[in-house]
Write a protein of this length. Sequence first.
Length: 434
Amino acid sequence: MDQLKEKFRKLAEVKKEELKRLNKEFSEVQIDTVNVGQIIGGMRGIEAMLWDTSSLDADEGIRFRGYSIPELQAKLPKAEGGTEPLPEGLFWLMLVDEIPTEEEVKWLSNEWSKRSIVNDSVFKAIDALSIDTHPMTQFTVAIMAMQSNSIFAAKYDEGMSKNDYWDVMYEDSMNLIAKLPVVAAYIYRRTFHAGKHIPSDSNLDWGGNYAKMLGYENEDFKNLMRLYLTIHADHEGGNASAHTVHLVGSTLSDAYLSLAAGMNALAGPLHGLANQEVIKWIFELIEELGTTKPSKDQLRKYINDTLASGKVVPGYGHAVLRKPDPRFTAQKLFAEQFIKNDDIVQIVWDLFEVVPEILGGIGKIKNPWPNVDAHSGALLVHYGFKEYNYYTVLFGVSRALGVLAALCWDRALGLSLERPKSVTTEYLKKVVNF
């Protein structure tokens, strides 16, 4: 018998119930500028950090430097013959607060292509891992393996002025973003295609080249990849991956160390890993119901059974949004234009009609609407990209754009080391006379 574990279990049961009562009975009690519920509830909604690259409104959704997703789709440059914005253009916008020209985006594509060479030592580090290692773990290891090339780390060791921190952060960020599709595609081909790798194509844009290295030449898929990499790039600073990059970066960790930390946050089931959970749940739904064309009544029963078992419906609900996620809507519009008569996509659309009415009827759920993860997997599966435990790596490649642009601004503005004040449960009990 593990006596330490048993003591912990018994104490935890008592403390857990105590915390539930504290939160239920004293949630609205103010302590300085916050209330008890916010302290217990993960600092939800506390306005306490600067993040200029994007902002999130509960009703409007995400805006990048003030632009909505439909506005970006209209204004940002596109690849020749393409239908979706180039993510290079979004990075430019987030970094310097202006819509770039086509020539400026071409320059950035070429610049990233020049910087995309990856040292063999990085591939050796990936290959040292078991082939069944989760792709997100491989991805984080690859980012860490590239850290030996950090310009910031080298210059800091030599001694440098604080006024130059932004300069080397910019260089590291540009180098890292350029290399991410290369290592991410290497991980995919290594894990799922027997290590049959596809070389980079310097004539393609960043997203199009990533799609090709993954093994997809279909032009519609390349357009989907550009859309995916654009709409997943940033989601204000309070989400777990963005906040983690900001927090670790505030210690003067370089771009590689900071991004790797953020990717570990993204890999959590309550964050980026949710996109693989959605399509996995849909596959399980199809297997249990025995059809790829379930009726809405069948879907209602399956959803209710899922909820009754104590599980959530993946892809629905959001910490901030109180309406359907505009990123979901953008993907739905893409499917309506380019994908016809796909059973998986139709299930996603039927769920969009059924799930909110069920969750809304429960009464306790603040947001019964779909988030970005509710649709992305179905689009990828349509084009044959069925390896859903890789999907979060796609998310990570995209999210690097927003968090590294923000990290450049953190350095330029000289933002402080992040250090919130923590309190104990005993302190809370004393304040509220519990």
